[in-house]
Design a protein around this ligand. Structure first.
Ligand code: FAD
Length: 485
């Protein structure tokens, strides 16, 4: 092939990028392209935190491409129209991309593929995002899985066979043979990804988008934290997890790379517990695979319950819950662990998994607000907002999804807080007005007598809200409603 276009989407890396690798193998010249086409992703076009990440990641990708002789061409608008225009202006005859698995994007990509092939363009798509693709895994009766453990057993088995027959991550290419005349490109700042200055500054203090940032996170995790993963992954005050979720979502690293790095580390000098911790970590990648499997096979589960009897669930009505939803979003519910999580989300674009579960359970069960409202807020504010993971996480929390928390399990946020944030340091970090609170009171300040709170100088109801619901009563209300379905 003379010239080929590599259409980058959520595979913003040079290493282990099968579409890029194939184009480099098959074409003399390679044009690299990113198209900002939010309309085609509607209603799930990227939220503000994701747009901030994307902007940083595209800048980093462009720099890496330039270092190898290439350049990232940026465009916005209808993807097919942009591709056709670029094919014509560069004389390219092939387009390469890595596949996406969200229902709207599968449809879009199929349409684009058909239209390009009709014009005799060679189109090649690859798997750059998953260990195994959703259609490769079926249960004994040929159906998709709805339960995680047998799913992961099956994936592991297939994957091991593939690894034995030579599947391995690819290194960064030596060079990008770009055409002598680079195609026109929009400036990154004109791509429509910007968000408010205060939000950008807040996020920039926490993250470094791009392939190099992902590599650094992975190395720190494997060298310093992996051994403590099982013991520490539920403690929100500790940095015990990899924090690679946004990098995985945007494809700054591939799950195959993670698997290789983690397993090679564990296969080094024998260290007690390392193999078990590595397996535990890889199992989390399994949950990511599972969520993609579910969304692919049950394509309405970004909006509708997987378990259909939940269609009749008696959520509260918007007029009734609007004020409570706002309090939850702003981290002003009066339940410290929930508020800490919601403020961590708003300020840093990320929330610890344990707290995501607590905050989501509180919204769905104690407040009886539909999970879709929570999913939307997370979508807007998470740097790692991912349709498959987010939908599964919310459906799990609401009890309507695969392998979901049983309806009678209503997390008690105070017990969760006492168990996983024993000394209250996570709460104190994100809810600074509780900073000087006595240890005993920080998980449930309303339980303390006024006199006992006196020395901290803090007044509940003035400096920090009273709880917006009574926890035992709201638990009973949730159980009643859940029992009815
Ligand atoms: P680690 O513990 O280091 O795990 C490594 C990787 O495994 C993660 O980066 C992630 O890709 C994957 N993973 C871990 N846990 C899960 C899980 N429960 N489900 C699916 N994949 C998982 N994750 C997202 O990436 N995007 C979302 O939009 C998202 N929304 C969520 C909403 C709710 C209500 C809940 C309960 C969970 C959600 N999760 C989501 C899953 C999980 O909270 C995050 O993946 C995790 O906190 C990311 O931190 P980490 O990278 O340090 O995880």
């Amino acid at each position: 092939m003379n010239t080929g276009i590599v259409w980058f989407r959520r595979d913003l890396r040079l290493a282990d990028n099968p579409a890029l690798g194939a184009a480099l193998d098959q074409c003399e010249k390679v044009v690299t392209l990113y198209i900002h086409d939010p309309e085609s992703e509607a209603p799930w076009s990227p939220g503000s935190a994701s747009r901030w990440w994307l902007q940083g990641s595209l800048g980093a990708l462009d720099q890496s491409l330039r270092a190898l002789g290439g350049q990232l061409s940026l465009a916005e608008g209808d993807s097919l129209a942009v591709l056709k225009a670029l094919l014509s202006s560069t004389g390219a005859s092939a387009v390469y991309w890595n596949r996406l698995y969200e229902p709207a994007l599968i449809e879009r990509d199929e349409r684009i593929k058909a239209a390009l092939e009709e014009g005799e363009v060679h189109v090649q798509s690859h798997n750059g995002a998953l260990l195994l693709e959703p259609w490769q895994i079926r249960n004994g009766s040929g159906r998709p899985y709805r339960v995680f453990t047998p799913f992961w057993r099956k994936v592991n088995g297939e994957l091991r066979a593939q690894l034995q027959s030579g599947r391995a991550p690819q290194p960064v290419p030596d060079r990008i043979p770009a055409p002598s005349k680079m195609p026109k490109s929009l400036a990154l700042k004109h791509l429509g990804l910007s968000t408010s200055v205060s939000r950008e500054q807040g996020l920039a203090g926490h993250w470094c988008p791009g392939e190099a940032g992902a590599r650094a996170l992975l190395e720190t995790f494997v060298d310093e934290r992996m051994l403590e993963y099982s013991a520490g992954r539920d403690i929100p005050a500790q940095q015990s997890t990899s924090r690679l979720s946004a990098a995985l979502h945007f494809g700054e690293c591939s799950p195959l790379q993670l698997l290789w790095v983690a397993e090679s580390h564990a296969a080094g000098e024998p260290v007690p517990g390392l193999v078990a911790n590595t397996e535990h970590f890889l199992r989390q990648l399994g949950w990511r695979e599972f969520s993609h499997h579910l969304l692919f096979h049950f394509p309405e589960t970004d909006r509708k319950p997987l378990i259909s009897r939940f269609n009749d669930f008696e959520w509260r009505k918007p007029d009734d819950y609007a004020a409570d939803l706002k309090a939850w979003q702003r981290g002003l519910t009066g339940i410290p662990i929930v508020d800490a999580g919601m403020r961590q989300l708003r300020q840093s674009g990320w929330m610890h998994n344990r707290v995501r579960m607590i905050a989501a359970s509180f919204l769905c069960k104690n407040l009886l607000i539909p999970w879709q409202e929570g999913a939307r807020w997370f979508w807007e504010n998470l740097v790692d907002a991912d349709l498959a993971n987010n939908s599964m996480g919310w459906q799990w929390s609401a009890g309507s999804g695969a392998d979901a928390a049983p309806y009678f399990r209503v997390f008690n946020p105070v017990l969760q807080s006492r168990r996983f944030d024993v000394d209250g340091s996570y709460i104190r970090r994100w809810v600074p007005e509780l900073g000087s609170f006595p240890d005993r009171a920080v998980h449930a300040p309303w339980e303390m007598k006024k006199e006992a709170l006196g020395p901290s100088g803090l007044l509940i109801g003035r400096d920090y809200p009273e709880p917006i619901v009574d926890l035992p009563a709201s638990r009973r209300r949730a159980l009643d409603v859940y029992q009815r379905i």
